[in-house]
Design a protein around this ligand. Structure first.
Ligand SMILES: [Mg+2]
Length: 235
């Protein structure tokens, strides 16, 4: 088994392009406007249209569970929930909390000449607003977020990741996705890019390791030593 530090160094050295999941690695989007309250608002919208919602959806506290449930009904309902979710995400980013070391990592990567993209299941408008307000947007070559209401296009689908790779003019083998969910690790694998799991909560390190993450970090700061100029690739 490769030593964890060696694995991270190797992945970062091979990756000219850094793809950052948004919620987690860059900020906690729902820190000020909690996800369960957004999920409750979305459930209210769905119920208001006369659709019964199963208990596992009303109690999950995850807005994306409500979106996925709406998508089992009709395109109209899916669009309505996606629109409302986008509106709430736009409010949430105003009171989101910055992830420790995220700014340093992005600045160091930019200075080192790496291409940087955000690849998020959150709406593109919300991600763009956060990055713009934080002054980080100019360092991003691309901002890829949810633009289509269809939840099947979100990670773990490779759809958004593959789009980022294409728009960066890159090859998947020179990209890494840094994300804090199993869906990021699966999505990266589905898209053929490297992945680094950011284990920002108890239990994630074990889950990501079991899922076969290429590398796992517990602080975004762990990326900093690996962002200087890349060494000549040794295959
Ligand atoms: Mg995330």
């Amino acid at each position: 088994m490769t030593h964890p530090d060696t694995a991270l160094a190797d992945v970062m050295n091979r990756s000219r392009c850094l793809l950052f999941d948004f919620d987690g690695p860059i900020c906690g989007i729902f820190a000020g406007l909690p996800a369960p309250s957004i999920a409750a608002d979305l459930c209210e919208l769905v119920a208001g249209r006369g659709v019964d919602i199963p208990r596992e959806v009303t109690t999950s506290g995850d807005p994306f569970d409500v979106l996925r449930y709406a998508a089992t009904f009709s395109p109209d309902l899916t669009q309505a929930v996606a629109d409302e979710l986008r509106a709430l995400e736009l409010r949430a980013v105003e009171v989101a909390s910055a992830t420790p070391h995220a700014r340093q990592v992005i600045e160091a990567a930019h200075q080192a000449g790496r291409a940087i993209a955000a690849v998020s299941n959150n709406s593109r408008e919300a991600v763009t607003r956060y990055l713009t307000t934080a002054g980080l947007a100019p360092m991003f070559t691309r901002i890829i977020g949810r633009t289509d209401p269809d939840p099947d296009l979100l990670k773990p689908s490779p759809h958004l990741i593959t789009r980022a790779v294409k728009e960066l003019g890159a090859d998947s083998a020179e990209c890494v996705l840094i994300g804090d969910s199993l869906s990021d690790i699966e999505g990266a694998r589905n898209a053929g890019v490297f992945n680094v799991g950011y284990a920002n909560k108890p239990g994630k390190l074990e889950r990501f390791t079991t899922a076969g993450a290429d590398a796992v970090i517990t602080s975004m700061g762990e990326l900093l030593p690996h962002l200087a100029e890349r060494q000549a690739a040794s295959d």
